[in-house]
Design a protein around this ligand. Structure first.
Ligand SMILES: [Zn+2]
Ligand SMILES: [Zn+2]
Length: 433
């Protein structure tokens, strides 16, 4: 635990100097030695965290528990949750309970800012921890606690349904909880009440009297090889480092290729089509009868949402044939105001493995925490709410197949890939913050 004590010492020195800068009226009012010292302390502390604590699950747990006890106010410490061993999560949760019924502002006022942010992460990774506290969540009706209701089944469904039926501002909140419950009875209730056949948050569709998921229930993380990951971290600026735990899922996977080689020119704008992902052969749990290669025009996809390709019998994309609402055949696109330097994709391909996703990472919504969001199957991580696609050929719902955190954070967005097996049509949808 030397590393933890060392880190706490650095943190204390950093905090003391940070507080002084507030007292004197800001960083620029510190003496030049103090400014340099503060910068150095920050760097040394970050380095200690990254190289000595995060690689050690027990040290991560010990540090996070200490910081929660001390009511530390540094929000970035929430990221320690990702490195805590699974058996430590209930202890962390217990520590955060005082913030459970507080919204963001109340938590901050009560000195429980870190507790609140830690709960945000725990509801993604271990929603079951919240299920003994549903009455408190129900009273609070906090929209940022939706994911604590995932997999809750029929617990409190009576209360939720009554809330939904009442004409009140909390109707949509109750619907969000019922959709996340993973209970067919709740889906039936909502479908009947709303007169719909698809529940977007649940990603479920009622077809021929049966509910079916619009995404594969198995999930694989797309994990670049260790040398590629290391090379990326050596060359990319710090904020783009891919060093979170979900980037290093243990175990062997199936080979896949992503990013890399450019294809033929886009028929609409002449830019070379960009390779996104090749699934080399049918993957267990995902019903595909051929390998599949997905491409997109990196420029046309900005306005053409989604971009549609028809694939041949080998799974290779043919010329794009259908377009989403954004495309105007007569007008084409004007990209003259696009910053072509900022908007680019890795042309160097990554050899990758499809590694089975551990339960803890099955649901991911941490867009700001540099987690590995490159996934095949599983529920999509919606950046701006659900956008399920409909096949333009047969008008049936398409199956969500994969998502890429586009450009490995070269730009800040997510690309989603959908598939209609009967028409062999793919839809690529891009989303930016
Ligand atoms: Zn194009
Ligand atoms: Zn179709």
């Amino acid at each position: 635990m030397d590393a933890v004590n060392e880190y706490l010492r650095l943190l204390e020195a950093r905090t003391t100097l940070g507080q002084k800068s507030v007292v004197v009226g800001g960083f620029s009012q510190l003496s030049s030695e103090e400014q340099a010292q503060l910068v150095r302390l920050r760097q040394t502390a970050d380095e200690a965290l990254r190289s000595r604590i995060q690689p050690d699950p027990e040290a991560s747990l010990s540090l996070l528990m200490t910081l929660l006890d001390r009511r530390d106010t540094l929000g970035e410490h929430r990221r320690l949750v990702d490195y805590v061993p699974a058996h430590g999560l209930p202890r962390v949760f217990e520590s955060c309970l005082p913030a459970l019924a507080l919204d963001h502002k109340e938590a901050e006022a009560a000195g429980l800012h870190l507790h609140h942010l830690t709960l945000n992460k725990l509801q993604d990774q271990a929603p079951e921890l919240f299920h003994d506290h549903l009455p408190a969540l129900f009273r609070e009706k906090d929209w940022s606690r939706f994911d604590a209701w995932r997999g809750v089944g029929l617990r409190m469904s009576g209360e939720l349904r009554r809330e939904f039926e009442r004409p009140s501002v909390d109707r949509a909140w109750a619907q969000g909880c019922l959709e996340r419950s993973d209970a067919v009875e709740n889906y039936n209730f909502l479908a009947q009440a709303l007169g719909v056949h698809r529940l977007d948050e649940a990603g479920m569709e009622l077809k021929d009297g049966q509910w079916r998921a619009l995404y594969p229930d198995v999930c694989y993380h797309i994990q670049p090889s260790a040398p590629d990951l290391t090379a990326h971290n050596m060359t990319a600026p710090t904020h783009m480092h891919l060093d979170d735990l979900s980037w290093r899922i243990a175990g062997k996977g199936l080979p896949a290729e992503y990013w890399g080689h450019q294809g033929p020119p886009c028929p609409h704008c002449g830019t070379n089509l960009q390779h996104l992902l090749t699934i080399p052969k049918p993957v267990p749990g995902i019903m595909l009868d051929t390998p599949l290669t997905f491409v997109v025009c990196p420029y046309c996809m900005i306005g053409d949402r989604p971009t549609i390709f028809v694939h041949d019998e080998h799974g290779l994309p043919e010329r794009p044939e259908y377009h989403g609402l954004g495309f105007d055949e007569t007008r084409g696109y004007d990209f003259s105001d696009l910053d072509q330097d900022a908007y680019k994709f890795p042309t160097q391909g990554f050899s990758a493995q499809l590694v089975a996703t551990p339960p803890r990472w099955l649901f991911q919504n941490d867009f700001s925490d540099s987690q590995n969001m490159n996934r095949l199957g599983g529920p999509p991580s919606w950046l701006q709410g659900p956008e399920w696609e409909t096949c333009p050929k047969c008008q049936q719902s398409m199956l969500f197949l994969f998502q890429l955190r586009d450009g490995l954070a070269y730009t800040n967005g997510i690309i989603y890939g959908f598939w209609c097996a009967s028409c062999r049509v793919s839809a690529i949808l891009n989303t930016y913050t």
